[in-house]
Ligand binder design. Sequence first.
Ligand code: FAD
Length: 482
Amino acid sequence: MEAAKFVVAGGGIAGVTCAQQLASQFPSLDIVLLTAAPMVKTVSNFRQVSKTLEDFEVEEQPSSVLEEKYPNLKVIQSAVTVLHAKQHTLLTENGQVFHYEKLCVCTGARPKLIIQDNPHVLGIRDTDSAQEFQKRLSSAKRIVVVGNGGIALELVYEVEGCEVIWAVKDKAIGNAFIDAGAAQFIIPSLEAEKPKKALPCKRTRYTTDKDTAPNTAGSEGPGSALGPDWHESISLRGAEQVSHRVHVEYECEIEKVYSQQEFMQSPLYTQKTNLGVWPIYAQLSNGKTYGCDFIVSATGVVPNTEPFLHGNNFDLAEDHGLKVDEHMQTSEPDVYAAGDVCTAGWEPSAFWQQMRLWTQARQMGWYAARSMAADILGEAIELDFCFELFSHITKFFNYKVVLLGKFNAQGLGQDHELLVRCTKGLEYVKVVLRGGRMMGAILIGETDLEETFENLILNQMDLSPYGQELLNPNIDIEDYFD
Ligand code: FAD
């Protein structure tokens, strides 16, 4: 049995950040990072854009890079199969047993597939699944995409040369990130030709080091979740000579899936509906049926908690994540969790919510390490400032998108008002106010308002005297409030 003061499970952004922080804070202690995949994710070129907005690049690297940088950090590629929380031991796939004093679980999440084990239903999560998607797309004429989150939103825009039927359960696209007004603003981009070159945009970049990328054939274990720009290094082209051809089916879900053979024997076929010959057919809850080459299921994720649960006493959240308190500690003593696998169980600030995103994985991994260290050293630690305000920079349909605080009036009920400014094709600015104070904002395009609005949310200044003037394009709001 091997023993280490700190063991971290998971080589994604949360686990690697946690292990790095522990290794640099305790250079004389051994830290063990156990991970299922051959590559680990590291953050580089980190830049604090404003108080809470951050920008960084992510690289997928062999674990030796980490070991060279931190001599006290040992990376072992073997998935955890069992945790005995009482004994403080972990068992891995290759039969090794590890004893820990403090453990941090950072095993991420996997796509929630609408149907398991169907070769024509794909989920996109890691480099392997993205490559499989690309391969299948290259000969596809039509795909059906289900889901309305960030991944679906990026996917339908990026895919070219293939008809996309997009089934969304809401009245508008992208509802997890943007509101119906913003959806109206960006949707014309789906009908237009894609610009040849991406507009410059401040946002997190994901890069894969091609020289060190492993041979993915037969690669072991679940890999890390892809991050922003995951599609930039791969061509998402179908078999046809069209740019965008996206058809959105609103307010519906997939009710039934038929294989080709099942379809031929179904009443739909005998009704001679002339839906063509396809490998798979999706029947939607609005009564329509589409045949396609394959279905992409982008309907959220499920935390990878299974190896840790049996025989232990973890509090699980409704979304099946390991519930953590304000120190990232689970309900099992000495077990912490960070990133997609965990669910924030503390009373959040009025402007923060958990979303399973890259930036939050980094922040949680870093803060979990700080909490583990504080516990060992007997020091007190307060919830980090990054959990004060939700902030996220991304890119949808080639527009820079900044989301701040309760950007969709989450949890505010009717108790809020909205101010909107929109210039077609250029920018969309929405502010959420409660009692005259700013609670959140959506900024699309090069608005340059993020820093000012971040301050206005954090300082809760009474903005009622300004009324609609707050978004008057002729007022330089930055100067106004500085
Ligand atoms: P992961 O990155 O999933 O890492 C989990 C790690 O645990 C992996 O190394 C895995 O090998 C390991 N593991 C799993 N099981 C075990 C086990 N039993 N034992 C040991 N190790 C194990 N976020 C954004 O902010 N912006 C975006 O634009 C964005 N786009 C995305 C696009 C796609 C297609 C996807 C799938 C996700 C996207 N995300 C985006 C989300 C983001 O990638 C995740 O929130 C983030 O990667 C979570 O990091 P993590 O470290 O918690 O988990």
